[in-house]
Write a protein that binds this ligand. Structure first.
Ligand SMILES: [Zn+2]
Ligand SMILES: [Zn+2]
Length: 283
């Protein structure tokens, strides 16, 4: 029932159906994205990033924290989330803790659009304000890669070592985008931040795929229609594009065929539908 796809060097594992559940793990980065279902596959992550607090994205947090404890993870889970969401979520967890007489704790990292936070060593997360009826964020994961400062190129090794020892910062740091996660938003996010469309791996919602949902209706619900991504195909430079959060209007089996029919071949080759090879959606 779990879907697992490869997107370059990364694996994306989990479940996602628009309005029902979205919970993904990217094990290579030890990150989870949303928790609409308490997946065992997420138990190993060290940080959870929440796009927003609609129940199909956050509703299983309590069960997931319990599951994580069963796996011996006793430190509070670090949860990156829209800042406005932190207090009500803590209140909800306090109520759940009271109900089950067991503390469900998180270590919240509240973010606003434009904020950056170092997650570990060389990995940073950047938040982008998205467009949805509740506070919501997209995330870009960026690796900071150390490079020798250009003016030091050509110096002998011992001289570089001497300077490093003397406390000089011999490096500058290049940003290398690794993964973008964009869901539950109007497509406008990509007009404000086209750099998200250039991230090597892009996980993006594409809730509606054809005429079964009009563009106007998709926009009224603050979701993305495939027509809108196709309009921006020339900007879509990502090498691996994971489409997810499909509406239940579509059965998982028919989705690859719809994408084959609608997406130009060069772009289609980069698109990975996040759907199980099954007749129906899990659950
Ligand atoms: Zn959703
Ligand atoms: Zn939503």
């Amino acid at each position: 029932m779990i879907t697992s796809v490869s997107a370059g060097a990364l694996t994306v594992r989990g479940v996602s159906v628009g309005g029902v559940y979205t919970a993904l793990a990217v094990p290579e980065l030890s990150l989870g994205f949303d928790v609409g279902m308490p997946l065992r596959s997420l138990a190993g992550i060290d940080t959870l990033l929440l796009s927003h607090a609609h129940a199909d994205h956050v509703g299983a947090l309590g069960a997931f924290l319990g599951l994580r404890a069963l796996h011996g993870r006793t430190t509070p889970l670090r949860v990156v989330l829209p800042a406005e969401t932190a207090a009500p979520l803590q209140n909800a967890l306090a109520a759940l803790s009271e109900l089950q007489r067991w503390p469900l704790e998180i270590a919240p990292v509240p973010m606003h659009g434009g904020d950056r936070v170092a997650l570990r060593g060389d990995l940073e997360v950047r938040a982008y304000k998205t467009f949805h009826p509740v506070p919501s964020l997209a995330y870009l994961l960026v690796r900071k890669v150390a490079k020798l400062r250009p003016e030091l190129h050509g110096l002998p090794g011992p001289e570089i070592a001497r300077r490093r020892k003397a406390g000089e910062d011999i490096n500058h740091y290049e940003d290398r985008p690794v993964l973008a996660y964009v869901t539950d938003t109007l497509v406008t996010i990509y007009d404000h931040h086209p750099e998200l469309l250039r991230c090597p791996v892009l996980i993006t919602e594409c809730t509606f795929l054809d005429e079964r949902k009009s563009l106007a209706a998709a926009r009224a619900g603050c979701h993305i229609h495939l027509d809108e991504l196709l309009e921006r195909a020339h900007l879509l430079q990502s090498e691996h594009i994971v489409l997810m959060h499909f509406s239940q209007l579509y059965s998982p089996r028919e989705i690859p065929g719809i994408l084959d029919r609608r997406i130009p071949p060069a772009l289609r080759a980069k698109v990975i539908p996040f759907a199980p090879a099954a007749e129906g959606w899990p659950g």
